[in-house]
Each structure stands twice: as structure tokens, then as C-alpha cells.
Ligand binder design. Structure first.
Ligand code: CA
Length: 711
């Protein structure tokens, strides 16, 4: 009898899952730990009480069919429990929910198993990422979540390790290093499970790496296949990878010595399996360096940068691609979240892929063929006037490539839409898209040379420094916007829009209760009516909320969960975050109707006073220090020394008035365990001292401002 049952269940799982079911049948282990089979992942929509994969189901629509919480009663939604994280860096994780257990991550790739009804900690796992690895993370030491399958929880650690944990205990079962540790690769994205394999990409495009995606056997951690997104050194033999057959085609679209700086094309977020067509879609990132003139002599499309590529999930073989930004030169990644759906277009039902990448176009692509169906901008744009539907290519504006001088371009490197998950409601037919408007002045970086391991974009960031003049500063700040856009993907038009007064707001969740949930940069977690956009509910999260929410139920009660904790690319690299101050630690926040719990009163961490050095520096030293700082330091500590509060504001740093301590940190690497590595490879001791002079000068100005404000 048992054998018969086992056989029946194996058939139900499908032959593809057989390879990975070896230990998954023992009936002694708790269901939550062992129960996630490939069959369950394929049928995740039949389990609305769970959230089994990154995007809810393989379609990654981030849509919950649960209706207990709805547009009529969401006013009674209250905190049910919260779980305090031990880091104040950005929190970007989407939790996975399996039969009453929540598996989630925090910054620094730490993993948590929590009771999904009570928040009780079941286990935690810290992969002990070396702090100095934080330096190679362009966009904070974030992590976007785990995958769960066959009794294991999989996490990609910031330092490039893929780790399989025992779902019951959190103990590591296997670890595979997925990157060359000597290169500035990082992992921030969530792994995906596809037919018994774990698929994972990486990041590092701003530092100089070659992008790829890899699939590993979920049971053993052994590499199954790897697909490189850009060609390697043509003088070297082929990679022996799944991408080999297509790399000749790709290489023909590149010029010069692109491979020396890696080329870029990292697969740092979207990896989506299509069970209907048995295809895997990967979103490919920007060029390394950004500047096409430097990277590829200004020639060629540079495949597969800024593309969606469809692969065979079993072999990793190329199937088709769509490149949204040929010859990308603006950091226009196409790694943004991908949603699969079937839409009625011109009277026929089309299997489509929807994506709203950084370049500002909302794309609807036929996923059977890879052919573009439609594309429309969802924010104002200056770099292109539209997309030629015959060729699929953007129609660029005359100086969009800043070839005849500096050009203010919108959208820009931070994206019209970044990694923040969008959602799709089959009920309203709308996509709920966290959009933003952040222009950037593009300009060739004079005298650019590639510096291994350092920030290498070949675009002059100094020109985007915030102005000292308050009126101009305010005017620029007013240009930076964020929106929740409800987008009709068939008509390619906006249905409603909730306006925020700044960018970098949270991911979205759509529910069958006619609700859309979204957090924002100001620390509000909100619910809107999905059909009209009416704001129905808000919760003060005490810190910015950027992650994607999920919904699930335990014991018949529906919950909504979201990671809170402000950080990521925009707060690190912009000086326009309102009221900057040191960020509090993040939290997992979980809500239910009449939940009855509250957060302890907020306890804002005060800004330390400005700490200018007593000595006077020569104007030439300050000017040199500005160049040193803006090229090497501003991407984390903020342009013009103005930090958002995720990382220390150096104008307030205790080391600023102590030349020896400053040198010990900047050159000596004294704080490497916190991510502040030695810069001795890239700058001299005199450069470091000049940077101190520059920040010292900025600190004097800050001190004067604060004296005026609080005499
Ligand atoms: Ca990038």
C-alpha cells in the first residue's frame, strides 16, 4: 500500500522532480520542513495560504487570492507581531511562507525561520559574510530572500556563496562558492528553484565583472550549467558553458577590449521560470563600465546587456532574447522583476511576459517567441521618444548618449523602476508598479582608467553633486518623485496613480480583496483600493519600507507581512533623502484584522554634531579632495559628503578632526569588518588627506548651517 502511494505521488510529481526527491519522502519529518516538492511549486496557486516562491507562484504575479482582509474591512488591520532584526542596513527580502513557517533574510544575508502566526523565532543562521565584502556591494549589503525546496532553505550570501540549510534546524547542509572570490562579485538576489535545481545570479557591474547565471543541483550543490551573458576574452578558449554556442553571435556586437573590465551584464534580480512553456527568463544588467564609448568604443548593441534572455532550464541553452536598450550607456539594467500572465490582446489570448525596467518603458513581450508586443513609457522620459515595434528598438533622442556634451537624462541609473517588486491582479487586470523620476546629468569621465575592484562607471559623477545654494537644492529635490502606478498592460496606459514626494518606495502586493499594499520611503505601510487607488489604510513603520509585501493564512486567519528597513542604492548614493539621520534597525512587520499589537515608541537616533578639523587647508587641497571623495567615496557616504544615514555622514565623523585616525581607516583599513576597506590600492595617503580636507570644509559649512538653524 505504502509503495503504491509512493509511486502515485512520484508520478504526480513528474519525472523531472525525480532527481531531487531522494530524501524528501521520509514521512517522519514535519511537513513544513520537507513538504515543498516541485509538484507543490508548480501548483502553488492552489495553496493561497502559503507563499511558496519569491513571487508567490512561478508566474511571479505577487497576487494573493485571499479575501478575508478586503477593501471593506482593511481599516481594522492591525499589527499582529513584529520581529526585530539586528542590522540597520536596507531590508529588501520577500519572505517565503510554508505551512505556518516564515523563512526570510535580512541585510548581510542572515536567514530567519519564524512562526508565521506568532513571530516566535524557530532558528536563525548567519553566514558570517566578511564585512569587507560590503565594499563590493554597489547598492547596500541587502538580500532579497530565500528559496525553499525538499527540506532545504537556500540563500545566496553577499560574498557569492550559495548555501543550503536544513529547513528544520537552519544548519548548513552544503555550500557552493558561485563566484571567483578575487573578483568584486556579490549576491543580493533570491535563488529560484526550477525542476530540482537552484538558479542564482550575481551583481558587480559597477566594479568590473562578467555576468552569468548558474544552476546547481538542489540536493548536492553541484553545478549543472552556467550561462554567461556577455562574451569573454576572444583570445581564450570557450568557457565550456551553456552559453558557448551563442557567444560568437554576442561577441560580434562588441568592440575594443571590453573583456578587460568584464563587460557587465550581471543577473542580479529577475530569474523567472515559465512552467507553461518550460523556459527560464533572466533579466540582464548594465554594461561595465556604463559608458558605451569606453566599454565598446561606442560601437555595437553589446548583447546580452539590458536584455531579457530565455533559456532552456535543463541545459541553460539560449532560446531567444529581447534587448530593451541596445548599446546601453546609462546603467539601464533590465534585471527588474518579470511577471508572467496570459492577456487578451487584439482578440487572442497571448502568453506574455511583463517588465518595467530602468529605462522607463513598460514592455509586453510574447514569451513564446520573444517578440515585442507593445512598449510604452510609464514616466516622463528624455532619452527616447518611443519604441519601434517592428525592430523592437528604442527611438533615441539626439544627444541621449551625451556624445556632443553633457546631457540631463530621465529616467537614469536609479531607474524609472528599480528592483522593488511590482504585482499583477488578474481580477483588475492591472499591474501595480513602484515608479520613480530621478534624472541624472550624464557626462564622460575625463581621463577615465579602469581600476580593478573599484567603482568603474566612466561617467562623471562629480557633475551630479548637490549644489550648496539652498534654492537650487530645493528645486532639484522637487524634481525627484515617486509613484504607485496602476498600469493597464493591454491598453498600455495608466489607470490611477498615487503620488509620493520622493523616490525609492516599496514593492507591491495585489490581493483578491481589491487591495494593493505598498510601503514607502517615509515609513508608511499603506493599502489602496486596487480598482480606484483610494487610500484606505496606513501604518507608521518607523523606518522606510522598500521590500515587497506578501500575504498568507495560518489557522484560517489572513496575514500581511513586510520587511521594514530603509537602505539600498538611492539612500546610499543620493544626498536628497529628507531629514537624514542614522537609520534604526529593520523589522519584520506582520498584520492581521484586529491584530492588537503595537510597536514600541520610535526612538530616533540623533545626528552627532558636525566635527570640522581645526586646521586650515589650502583651496587646491580641498579641490583635489573633492575629486578624490566624489569618485571614491560618494557612492556610499553621499555626494558632497551628505549621507542619508544608512552609512556614516563623514562630516560628523569622530575621525574627521584626527588625521592619524582618518588615515588608519582610509588607508589602513581599520574598519574593514564594517565594509570600509583600505583604499590604498586606489588612492595615496596624500589623496586621503585631501579628501579629509574636502569633507572638513563641508563640515564647517554644516556647522555654520546648524548654528543658524539652532542658535
Ligand atoms: Ca547597475
Amino acid at each position: 500500500m505504502r509503495r503504491q502511494l509512493l509511486r502515485a505521488s512520484l508520478i504526480a510529481m513528474g519525472a523531472a522532480a525525480l532527481a531531487s526527491c531522494g530524501t524528501a519522502d521520509a514521512d517522519t519529518k514535519p511537513a513544513a520542513a520537507d513538504g515543498v516538492t516541485t509538484a507543490r511549486l508548480l501548483n502553488a496557486a492552489a495553496e493561497p495560504h502559503n507563499w511558496l516562491t519569491h513571487g508567490g507562484t512561478y508566474l511571479e504575479q505577487r497576487y494573493s487570492p485571499l479575501t478575508e482582509i478586503n477593501d471593506a474591512n482593511v481599516g481594522q488591520l492591525q499589527l499582529a507581531w513584529h520581529y526585530d532584526l539586528d542590522t540597520n542596513r536596507g531590508q529588501e527580502a520577500t519572505p517565503i511562507i510554508v505551512d505556518g513557517v516564515m523563512y526570510t533574510t535580512s541585510a548581510w544575508s542572515k536567514v530567519y525561520a519564524l512562526d508565521a502566526a506568532t513571530g516566535k523565532e524557530l532558528w536563525t543562521y548567519d553566514p558570517q559574510v566578511p564585512g569587507e565584502r560590503g565594499f563590493s556591494a554597489c547598492c547596500d549589503v541587502v538580500n532579497r530572500g530565500v528559496a525553499v525546496h525538499g527540506g532545504k532553505v537556500f540563500v545566496g550570501a553577499l560574498d557569492g556563496r550559495l548555501i543550503a540549510l536544513d529547513a528544520r534546524t537552519g544548519k548548513p547542509l552544503w555550500t557552493t562558492v558561485t563566484v571567483d572570490p578575487s573578483q568584486p562579485y556579490t549576491i543580493t538576489g533570491a535563488p529560484r528553484i526550477v525542476k530540482g535545481k537552484v538558479v542564482i545570479g550575481n551583481g558587480g557591474g559597477e566594479y568590473g565583472v562578467r555576468g552569468y547565471v548558474s544552476a546547481y543541483d538542489a540536493e548536492t550543490g553541484k553545478l549543472a550549467w552556467r550561462f554567461y551573458t556577455v562574451p569573454g576574452d576572444p583570445s581564450k578558449p570557450a568557457d565550456g558553458a551553456a552559453s558557448d554556442p551563442i557567444m560568437k553571435t554576442a561577441a560580434a556586437t562588441w568592440s575594443g577590449n571590453w573583456w578587460k573590465a568584464g563587460g557587465g551584464g550581471t543577473v542580479w534580480d529577475a530569474i523567472v521560470y515559465d512552467p507553461e512553456l518550460d523556459q527560464l527568463y533572466i533579466g540582464v544588467g548594465n554594461g561595465s563600465p556604463w559608458n558605451h564609448k569606453i566599454r565598446s568604443e561606442g560601437k555595437g548593441d553589446n548583447l546580452f546587456l539590458s536584455s531579457v534572455v530565455a533559456l532552456d532550464p535543463d541545459s541553460g541553452a539560449y532560446k531567444w532574447h529581447y534587448q530593451g536598450t541596445p548599446g546601453e550607456t546609462w546603467d539601464f539594467t533590465q534585471t527588474q522583476p518579470i511577471i508572467l500572465a496570459t492577456l487578451a490582446i487584439d482578440g487572442s489570448r497571448r502568453k506574455v511576459l511583463m517588465q518595467a525596467p530602468k529605462n522607463g518603458f513598460f514592455y509586453v513581450i510574447d514569451r513564446t517567441t520573444g517578440k515585442l508586443i507593445s512598449a510604452k513609457n510609464f514616466v516622463p522620459m528624455t532619452w527616447a521618444t518611443g519604441v519601434d515595434l517592428k525592430t523592437g528598438r528604442p527611438i533615441e533622442t539626439p544627444n541621449a548618449r551625451f556624445q556632443n556634451g553633457d546631457e540631463m537624462v530621465a529616467p537614469s541609473a536609479l531607474g524609472a523602476h528599480n528592483w522593488h517588486p511590482m504585482s499583477f491582479s488578474p481580477k483588475t487586470g492591472l499591474v501595480y508598479l513602484p515608479a520613480q523620476e530621478v534624472p541624472f546629468l550624464y557626462s564622460d569621465q575625463k581621463g577615465y582608467r579602469h581600476r580593478p575592484g573599484a567603482w568603474n562607471i566612466a561617467v562623471d559623477s562629480v557633475k551630479n553633486m548637490p549644489p550648496d545654494d539652498k534654492a537650487t537644492f530645493k528645486a532639484i529635490r522637487a524634481m525627484l518623485k515617486g509613484q504607485l502606478v496602476a498600469w493597464d498592460p493591454v491598453a498600455q496606459k495608466e489607470v490611477w496613480r498615487a503620488q509620493y514626494d520622493g523616490p525609492w518606495n516599496g514593492g507591491t502586493l495585489a490581493t483578491a480583496g481589491n487591495l494593493v499594499f505598498q510601503g514607502n520611503a517615509k515609513g508608511e505601510f499603506q493599502a489602496f483600493r486596487a480598482d480606484t487607488g483610494e487610500k484606505l489604510w496606513r501604518f507608521d513603520a518607523q523606518t522606510g519600507v522598500i521590500a515587497g509585501p506578501v500575504s498568507y493564512s495560518v489557522g484560517g486567519a489572513q496575514y500581511v507581512a513586510v520587511s521594514a528597513g530603509y537602505g539600498g542604492a538611492y539612500p546610499l548614493s543620493s544626498s536628497f533623502v529628507d531629514n537624514p539621520r542614522p537609520m534604526p534597525n529593520g523589522r519584520m512587520l506582520v498584520f492581521k484584522l484586529n491584530g492588537g499589537a503595537t510597536l514600541p515608541a520610535a526612538d530616533p537616533i540623533p545626528n552627532p554634531p558636525a566635527n570640522p578639523p581645526a586646521e586650515r587647508f589650502a583651496a587646491a587641497t580641498i579641490a583635489h579632495g573633492q575629486q578624490v571623495y566624489e569618485i571614491n567615496c560618494s557612492v556610499c557616504h553621499g555626494p558632497a559628503g551628505i549621507s542619508s544615514g544608512v552609512l556614516p555622514d563623514l562630516r560628523r565623523s569622530g575621525s574627521l578632526s584626527d588625521t592619524a585616525m582618518w588615515s588608519d581607516i582610509v588607508i589602513g583599513g581599520q574598519l574593514k569588518d564594517r565594509g570600509m576597506v583600505s583604499f590604498a590600492k586606489w588612492i595615496s595617503a596624500a589623496d586621503a588627506e585631501a579628501a579629509r580636507a574636502y569633507i572638513g570644509d563641508r563640515a564647517k559649512k554644516l556647522q555654520a548651517e546648524e548654528k543658524t538653524a539652532n542658535p
